[in-house]
Design a protein around this ligand. Structure first.
Ligand code: UD1
Length: 430
């Protein structure tokens, strides 16, 4: 199993190209199930989760063709991929495939909308909490779906004539359930209003792509999304938006090690809250023509408290990385996690590097230390694993991160991007 070896202590200087967003690419790829025409997605990141979803979509009958490994102009490694689902050949998403990635459960929306039926295994995914699917099921039922749970699968069918538009208010904000409702409602009869919808940029990106495919959607990015159902959708060409979590992660890495890095191809508007927090902590962040410039010189990082919240609040997917940064602040900070109940597994690994963190329920208290020391650590989930990498970059001596398959799910060519900026990071295979 691969591990990542880091010799810490170097500042980061240079340019890091930001990839297409994993969390946008996944629902966009799933949207290809809604049409028999070709959906072309540009800027699709090359990640283990994307490859896994390609297998799942192939199982449903999606033909995939990839246009070149690298895009010619941008220094991005992302690809352009054509998805064509002339007919859905299988409406079952089996356990062996769905258990590897939670987002694959989302196929339930398009399968139901286009074929009127779906049999989808209950999901697996990161071990960061119980992560139920009740909101998906309630939302689809509001559209008239008939659902039953059978041997670990959801059997879903639409009423005769297809799903029916409805007014539904989510009791809690869910990104995935908003994606699924949005996709399902595009082909429903009549108008659907989704209240308390997720406002994440990835929801807006999906809505944009669906609109290009002929869907009638308004309000994406606000709490209320309105969808007027249409009889069918066509193909389209759409560019996946930049990854705000990758952006924030590298910004935090620079804040932690010091240095001066341009994050190319990204936009500040995708993560204002996290950038403002980093500025309070002492990083200088400016928008440039090509993206964002992050600089930190000399001074120690200031302690800042954060609470994770749905967009536009501080993202839970940057919580572990921010905590890593706070381990070297000049005082005491607090991190409160409100989205997932078990997302503090990085705490004990950060402690191995010398961090002083105590936990009380959903809140972590971090007492900054002047220096971390390298150690062997273990990645526990996608975002936690990258927090260990950035802590390792700032630590004195050698850090070895094992179980890096978590990283490969969500960070494209991480070692290469960091190495180009002067970090000493390498992958070692056993
Ligand atoms: C997405 C992101 C993930 C991010 C999360 C929150 C993708 C592929 N993943 O995950 O990186 O951390 O948003 O920003 O885009 N919940 C329920 N019932 C449900 C569904 C969700 O109780 O039916 C709960 C979850 O357990 C969690 C909260 O709602 O506590 C938010 O989860 P949700 O927004 O659905 O996360 P995902 O879409 O799975």
């Amino acid at each position: 199993m691969d591990r990542i070896r880091i010799s810490g202590g170097n500042e980061l200087h240079g340019t890091i190209p930001i990839s297409g967003a994993k969390n946008a690419a996944l629902p966009l790829m799933i949207a290809s199930l809604l049409t028999s025409d070709t959906l072309t997605l540009e800027n699709v990141p090359h990640l283990a989760d994307v490859e896994q979803l390609l297998r799942i979509l192939g199982n449903h009958g999606v033909d995939v063709s990839v246009n070149g490994r690298r895009e010619s102009q941008a220094e991005s490694y992302s690809r352009t991929i054509n998805f064509t689902c002339r007919t859905i050949v299988d409406t079952t998403a089996p356990y062996e495939l769905v258990s590897k990635m939670r987002a694959s459960f989302w196929v339930i929306g398009p399968l139901l909308a286009r074929e009127g039926k779906a049999r989808v295994s209950l999901p697996g995914g990161c071990a960061i909490g119980t992560r139920p699917v009740d909101l998906f099921l309630d939302g689809l039922q509001a559209l008239g779906a008939i659902l039953e749970v059978d041997a670990g699968y959801i059997n879903a069918s639409a009423p005769k004539g297809g799903l029916i538009g409805a007014h539904y208010t989510f009791p809690k904000v869910s990104v995935g359930a908003t994606h699924v409702m949005l996709m399902a409602a595009t082909l429903a009869r009549g108008t659907t209003v989704i209240d308390n919808a997720a406002r994440e940029p990835e929801v807006v990106d999906l809505a944009k792509c669906l609109t290009a495919m002929g869907a009638k959607i308004s309000g994406a990015g606000t709490r209320t999304i309105t969808i007027e159902g249409v009889a069918s959708l066509s193909g389209a060409r759409h560019r996946v938006l930049p990854d705000r979590i990758e952006t924030g992660t590298y910004a935090m890495a620079v804040a932690m090690t010091g240095g001066d890095v341009v994050l190319e191809g990204t936009q500040a508007s995708l993560l204002e809250n996290a950038l403002d927090t980093l500025r309070l902590a002492g990083a200088e962040i400016t928008e440039t023509e090509s993206g964002l410039r992050v600089v930190r010189n000399g001074n120690r990082i200031q302690p800042v408290d954060i609470v994770t919240e749905p967009f536009p609040g501080f993202p839970t997917d940057l919580q572990a990385q921010f905590m890593a940064l706070m381990t070297m602040s000049s005082g005491v900070s607090h991190v409160t996690e409100t989205i997932f109940e078990n997302r503090f597994m990085h705490v004990q690994e950060l402690a191995r590097l010398g961090a002083k963190i105590s936990l009380s329920g959903q809140m972590a208290r971090i007492e900054g230390v002047s220096q971390l020391k390298g150690a062997p650590v273990m990645a526990t989930d996608l975002r936690a694993s990258v927090s260990l990498v950035i802590a390792g970059l700032a630590a004195e001596g050698e850090t070895i991160v094992s179980r890096v398959y978590h990283l490969d799910r969500g960070f494209e060519r991480l070692e290469e991007k960091l190495t180009r900026c002067g970090a000493i990071v390498e992958r070692v295979s056993d």
